[in-house]
Design a protein around this ligand. Sequence first.
Ligand SMILES: [Zn+2]
Length: 222
Amino acid sequence: MSLSFKFGTVGSPSGTPKKPGGSVGAIEFSKSIGLDTLELGWVQSVRVTEATCALIKAASEAQSVALSVHAPYFINLNATAEEWPKSRKRLMDAAHYGYLAGATDIIFHPGSYFGNDPAEVLKVAIPRLKGCVDELKKNGDMVTIRPETMGKSAMLGSIEDALAMSAAMDMVQPCIDFAHMHARPGDGSMNTYEEWSKLLTNYKKVLGAKALKKLTHPSLRH
Ligand SMILES: [Zn+2]
């Protein structure tokens, strides 16, 4: 069995020269220092034109640097009915422009429980996410949407949440943040080979061996 890992940063590596700069410069610089992936850090907002996306995609292909997008922090699948359209647009913009820029995976923070029972929150979150995915599919924005596992137990984003969202629809797979997984229980667990083997065995059981072959971890800076 061959294993292949891709390493990269979120946002430009710190040594990226000023020119050409931007995501294109970051891709070229990443390649030059032996990195083979880059996460576009659209964490405050998605402010990119289609023309820029085309340039990013061309650079990614020319340099063989794979791309993902970290969507804005201000997304919440459990937002109030009033807030939800804005949250939704942020996720949809990240996915649409990410796809145009050649990104294959869109990582996002799924939101907060607001003190409610996770099972109840998923009843709201899953149909909303499904609505997003259906629209992306219709538009031809073929990306993998990845709810990130979150480090705080008040946040929507346990591994169980991420697996439930992924099992409920196509185009969604977890983004496993190993550090967050360790932080979340707050008792020092999720730090051994046995604990991780158990988690990954369950992951395979729920989503299949194919999903296990394409795990995504958010890069180290975010
Ligand atoms: Zn993140």
